[in-house]
Each structure stands twice: as C-alpha cells, then as structure tokens.
Design a protein around this ligand. Structure first.
Ligand SMILES: Nc1ncnc2c1ncn2[C@@H]1O[C@H](COP(=O)(O)OP(=O)(O)OP(=O)(O)O)[C@@H](O)[C@H]1O
Ligand SMILES: [Mg+2]
Length: 335
C-alpha cells in the first residue's frame, strides 16, 4: 500500500512551492530595491557626513555651549561675554529676525575679539571657523590698495550675495574694521538693513561681526579709573563703557568706519567693549595655552613668562600691553 502524504502535507508542499516561486520571482527585484534604497540612504548620509551642507547636520546653535565657553575660556571680559551671549542667543532663537545680527567688537589688542568670534562660530557651525559658511576678511590683507576700492566693492558684494543665497545662515567677520575704506563699508550697508530681500536674497539670518581697536584707549581709561578708585573690575558695566565708546569712536572723523552711516542708521545692533587684560588674566591665558599644547599646566613657568611681558601705565603696570596675544609664541621659551 502506497502511503500517500496526508492532504495537509500536499497543501503545505504546494504552498511552499508556490511561495518559493513567488519569492524567486520577487526576490531579485525586492533585493535590488532594498539595496538601491539602502545605498541611496547611505549615500545621502555619507554626503551629509563629508560634505558640509547648510542644514541641521552641520549647523546647529548650541546656546549652552556658547554660555559655557564664554564663562570658562574667555578671561576678564564679563561685559563682552554678557552682551555677546544675549545678542547671539536672542538672534539665533528668533525664527523670523527682521534684520541680520550686526555686532561691533572694540578694544585693546590681544583682549579676545577674534577669539570671541571663533567661540560664536564654534557654537553655530560644526566646523567652526573652517566652515564654508564663515567668512573672515582682514582689511589690510584682503583690501590693501585704495586705488582698487571699486573692484573690491563689486567683489565683496558678489561674495556676500552669492554666499547668503547658498546659505542664509552665513557669518561674515570683518577684521581691522578701522582700516577699511569707507566706500567699502558703504557697499555692504544695504545687507545690514531691515530689507525683506534684495534682488531675491534675504539677509535676515546672516551674522556680521566687525572687529576694531577703535575706542580701545577710552575703554582703558575707564578700566584704569576703576582700578585707581580701588573698585572691582567686575563692577564695570556696559553703560560705563558706552559713553567712553561713543565719545571716542562716534566722534572720531579719522576712523574710516565712522565716516559711514552705519551708526546714524542704527545698523549696528550691539557695540561690545573688551577690557584691557591684567597680569592675572595673562596667567589664565598662559595656563590654558600650556594645556592646549599638551603640557601639564605649570604656574611657575607661566608666571616667569608673565613677569617678562610689558604692562602699562609704566609706573603702575596694570594692563598687559599685548593682552594675551603673544603668549603662544612666548611660552615656548619658558616651557
Ligand atoms: N580675554 C581672553 N581670554 C582668553 N584668551 C584670550 C583672551 N584674549 C586673548 N586671548 C588669547 O589670545 C589670542 C589672541 O587674541 P585675539 O586674537 O582674540 O585678540 P584681538 O582682541 O583680536 O587682538 P587685536 O586687536 O590685536 O586683533 C586668542 O586666540 C586667545 O588664545
Ligand atoms: Mg584681532
């Protein structure tokens, strides 16, 4: 007697056969579909991973990070830290700003103006200062010849327009603003204003930062007065420095920046004063520099270096002549 497989077996076999055929029929398509989708997703991921794009993959404001950096890495600048944090956080949290953010940083040499711009960039762009969306211009390096001002104007306008149309959240830093030709400053003025858009490009999400030593001496006078009166440096408030700044900067007809109507038209949102740095800040900078160079922080080494720097006024030796600027180079001789 032949044993016939039970009906259920044949059904099962049937099903297996049919499903096998179906699987066989669908498999190549679905596999390639799956692989294709996978590759596309992976490709997109890799693209975002390697290629800097103007989106949240590369561009994300970190308010806590900026606050932390300003309070732990920046020394002796309580006023600047406060103003910068407030200005940048307010602007970045506003989904629909009416105009771009325009900051003007002022103060004595080596007090942290470029450094603060770097901290801002690092807390907005993942690549910080090396981001393709951060543009640094230095007056004497990029626009050296007065005779070429007209050419510079066109190039600068094209650069700003082109880059903001690629990435609205672009940042432009103008160093040595007091050495910039007035005509050149005039040429970027429209971008700083309250326009909905200019020729189809909106500049409202961009950030402009101007750096200069203008007003630095007046800021020093205020800081020195506080020191002479035996008052704490931390007591100095923005309003104490604003008057000093306006007296020296706004009325100084020799300074290129102020020939223009940047101020008259209120295009600058915040004037940020940087105080001259004292011996104790030089020590802090020196210790941080040692750590960044991979050494164990050594107070004796840093003190030896700090003692050899120049301070002013000559008698009192209160403020470092070059701020913290020469420390990276000097420290090498003492380590
Ligand atoms: N207040 C500060 N706190 C911490 N580090 C500082 C400070 N000021 C300066 N430094 C250090 O010194 C370096 C030089 O300072 P920075 O270039 O920011 O000075 P600056 O104000 O732009 O001077 P200049 O007016 O000469 O251009 C910085 O990269 C940083 O390492
Ligand atoms: Mg500088």
């Amino acid at each position: 007697m032949k044993v016939r497989p039970p009906r259920t077996w044949t059904t099962v076999l049937h099903c297996l056969l049919i499903s096998g055929l179906i699987v066989e029929a669908i498999e190549p398509v679905s596999t390639s579909l799956l692989l294709g989708t996978g590759a596309a997703v992976l490709g997109k991921k890799l693209y975002h991973y390697f290629y800097e794009t103007c989106d949240e993959n590369w561009l994300n404001f970190n308010a806590t990070g900026l606050k932390h950096d300003l309070s732990t890495k920046l020394y002796g600048q309580h006023v600047a830290a406060q103003v910068v944090l407030k200005a940048v956080t307010g602007f970045m949290n506003n989904e629909n700003p009416k105009k771009p953010l325009v900051l003007s940083l002022h103060g004595w040499t080596g007090t942290g103006k470029n450094f603060v711009s770097q901290l801002i960039a690092e807390n907005i762009y993942q690549k910080g200062m090396t981001s393709n969306f951060v543009h640094l211009f230095t007056a004497t390096a990029h626009f050296p010849h007065e005779a070429h001002v007209d050419k510079y104007k066109t190039q600068l306008q094209e650069w700003v327009r082109g880059n903001v149309s690629i990435c609205p959240r672009s940042m432009f830093i103008f160093d040595e603003m007091d050495k910039m030709h007035p005509g050149l400053i005039d040429s970027i003025k429209p971008y700083l204003d309250f326009y909905d858009n200019l020729n189809g490009v909106s500049y409202r999400k961009a950030i402009f930062i101007f750096l200069s030593n203008a007003g630095g001496e007046k800021i020093v006078e205020v800081a020195l007065d506080f020191w002479k009166d035996g008052r704490e440096r931390e007591e100095i408030q923005l309003k104490d420095l604003e008057t000093a700044l306006s007296l020296s900067v706004f009325n100084n007809k020799n300074s290129g920046f102020w020939h223009t109507s940047l101020i008259d038209k209120n295009l600058v949102d915040y004037f940020v004063p940087f105080l001259p740095l004292e011996y104790k800040h030089v020590i802090q900078c020196g210790l941080a520099e040692m750590v960044s160079k991979g050494h164990a922080p050594d107070k004796e080494v840093v003190e030896a270096m700090a003692r050899d720097l120049n301070y002013f006024p000559k008698e009192e030796r209160v403020f470092s002549m070059q701020g913290c600027k020469v420390i990276p180079a000097r420290l090498d001789f003492y380590v």
